[in-house]
Design a protein around this ligand. Structure first.
Ligand code: ATP
Ligand code: MG
Length: 294
């Protein structure tokens, strides 16, 4: 089984299903609500566990009831949480998420408060086949990617905006979101921006672009891997599930382009189900879907 160190955010998401997203100072009524765990790194860790890998989640929490809620859900998902750092008196991160009838979402996030700034514990990670870091905590992500390099395993960064050049430069693989890429390079055309990012960074690069799929620079040329066509109900967490599936495929020894196909399929299946990462497929469902669609 491939083992992966995933460093970054773990939050609780309170997800409200609504006909339309709120746009005024008024009282809105939700059609239904789900309390789900979220956060880029935690969602990716759940995807890895559901898809048959072992995810060690290195995340910063407070010692508050929100932290208990976040951790209990991760443990129930089979994520290894021994590397979670709980700061005495700290406050864990949580979000209010509204999802409209078309599956688009609006998020208000509290990033947490009083969380550890120490990075010394990251070096104590167990042996792993790959590392994935989100870029919400620069010092921690840099440390985790340095560890990947020192151990000779892939070090992937989920490069959301705002990007941190010192994190990107340490990764063997940089997987940008659309906004992340354009915040790094400027401009508004994705392929020229991706070429510029490839020229400025030592690692392999790709960009995910929602329903438009994923483009990478492979062997010097831009290669587009279309998204899988599905009936979309909720895109919350799709990018995080994509990153978890992508790093798992690399850790299992797949090449980058097959890893993108695997990740596009995992993320598309997630989009068919309401409730953030609760919609992440397991390996059996994903393999079945890949067989049907190839
Ligand atoms: N509507 C969709 N239909 C099919 N696949 C999708 C859809 N939205 C996302 N995906 C898949 O998920 C991948 C990642 O999505 P996206 O680029 O939106 O991530 P993101 O910008 O990081 O967003 P977030 O992390 O907030 O989910 C896409 O490359 C695509 O393969
Ligand atoms: Mg993302």
């Amino acid at each position: 089984m491939a083992e992966i160190l995933v460093l970054g955010m773990a939050v609780a998401d309170f997800v409200f299903a609504m006909d339309q997203l709120p746009d005024r100072a008024a009282k809105y009524r939700a059609n239904t609500v789900e309390t789900v765990g979220g956060g880029c790194a935690a969602n990716a860790a759940v995807a890895i566990a559901r898809l048959g890998g072992v995810a060690h989640l290195a995340t910063r929490l407070g010692d508050d009831p929100m932290g208990d809620l976040i951790l209990s859900d991760l443990v129930a998902e089979g994520v290894r949480t021994q590397m979670a750092q709980r700061a005495p008196g700290g406050r864990s991160s949580f979000s209010s998420v509204c999802v409209d009838a078309a599956g688009e979402r609006q998020i208000v996030n509290f990033r947490g408060d009083g969380l550890t700034q120490d990075t010394g514990w990251i070096k104590d990670a167990p042996p792993v086949d790959a590392v994935l870091a989100d870029n919400r905590w620069t010092a921690g992500a840099a440390r985790a990617l340095d560890l990947a390099r020192a151990r000779g395993v892939p070090g992937v960064v989920d490069a959301e905006a705002p990007t941190e050049p010192e994190v990107l430069a340490r990764a063997s693989h940089v997987a940008f979101s659309r906004d992340g890429l354009l915040s790094f390079t400027g401009g508004d055309a994705l392929v020229p921006a991706l070429r510029e990012a490839a020229a400025r960074l030592p690692g392999w690069v790709c960009v995910t672009d929602g329903a438009n799929g994923t483009t990478c620079i492979d062997g010097g040329t831009a290669q587009h891997v279309p998204a899988c066509a599905v009936e979309v109900r909720d895109t919350l967490g799709a990018g995080d599930i994509w990153h978890g599936a992508f790093v798992l495929a690399l850790a299992e020894g797949q090449g980058e382009v097959p890893a993108i196909r695997f990740a596009n399929a995992a993320a598309a299946l997630k989009c068919t189900t309401f409730g953030g990462r609760k919609g992440c497929p397991d390996r059996t469902d994903l393999d079945e879907f890949l067989k049907e669609t190839s």
